[in-house]
Design a binder for this molecule. Structure first.
Ligand code: SIN
Length: 287
């Protein structure tokens, strides 16, 4: 069912998980009323799709900032020199940034290795390949809600460790263009501990908060047991019925809530260009 609010139209795309918003030009300043409609829809759906946008870096940043302060990614070689709020995910690089071919090609929520992981991310497509290079999204509220009661009890109160360095290292071994992280960059991202289940600070709903990308173990649990439990939770989280596949068109901006979703990029033919700009909104400590 479509709902209209002033000029904004909200069309569900994938149940109560993804909505497309039309009737808004994000390159223009948004009045508070329309911003509130978008914000409320974001909390209701977790993922918003805006198609047909034409955004400068400044406009992308300005819209993102309506939701909060922006995060600066620790891997500085992917940040636009003049706009470090923008992380460039491009297989060719741009304006001196390093090319990246496997950025985000594993299930994760962005930067959960931070003490305060980001609230959300806004990915803007500039160049897309004719096929592939899609982004998959999964619903982590649903992942939690569909766990059996025994497993819910088992993970209640568990804390898990998140780490950036291991994932970065693994992806570097598959991508010759990735420079090693400097000791200073690594020092910015020490291991952190978060609850395995978090309560969304704005909706009050519980979401599973472990991800294959950065969650490396359960605090106080023997290694084998911890690995088996995490694997079970990872597999449960990515059931096909819970997944939305976004097939990009240039000019799409997709915004997702990192507190209750995971995502991963899919492969494509590297002879084609893929260039995306991401901004990332600061979040708070998961509880
Ligand atoms: C990301 O993981 O933030 C980027 C995903 C993508 O490039 O599709």
């Amino acid at each position: 069912m479509e709902t209209e609010d002033m000029e904004i139209t909200v069309s569900p795309v994938h149940g109560r998980f993804v909505a497309e918003i039309t009737g808004v030009d994000l390159s223009e300043p948004l009045d508070d009323h329309r911003f509130t409609s978008i914000h409320d829809t974001f909390l209701e759906y977790s993922i918003l799709v805006f198609r047909g946008q034409t955004l400068s870096n400044e406009q992308h940043i300005a819209f993102s900032r309506r939701f909060g302060e922006l995060e600066i990614h620790p891997a500085k070689h992917w940040l636009l020199p003049d706009s470090p709020e923008i992380l460039v995910l491009s297989n060719r690089g741009e304006n001196g940034t390093r090319p990246i071919v496997n950025g985000g090609a594993y299930w994760h929520s962005d930067m959960t290795y931070m003490a305060k992981p980001p609230l959300g991310s806004l990915l803007y497509a500039i160049k897309v390949p004719p096929e592939g290079g899609d982004t998959l999204y999964t619903d982590m509220y649903k992942a939690y809600e569909t766990l059996d009661e025994q497993l819910k009890r088992r993970i209640a109160g568990l804390e898990v460790i998140h780490r950036y360095g291991d994932r970065y290292q693994k992806m570097s071994s598959e991508d010759k263009d990735r420079p090693p992280l400097t000791p200073e960059q690594l020092a910015e991202v020490p291991d952190v501990v978060h609850p395995a289940v978090r309560t969304h600070p704005e909706t009050g709903r519980k979401a599973l908060f472990v991800n294959e990308g950065f969650t490396i173990g359960v605090v106080g649990m023997p290694k084998d047991e911890s690995a088996a439990l995490l694997e079970k939770l990872f597999r449960h989280s990515v059931q096909p019925a819970h997944i939305y596949r976004h097939r990009w068109q240039a000019g799409d901006l997709v915004m997702w809530d990192n507190r209750c979703t995971m995502h991963r990029a899919t492969e494509y033919d590297l002879r084609h260009d893929r260039a995306m700009h991401r901004t990332t909104i600061q979040g708070d400590r998961p509880v």
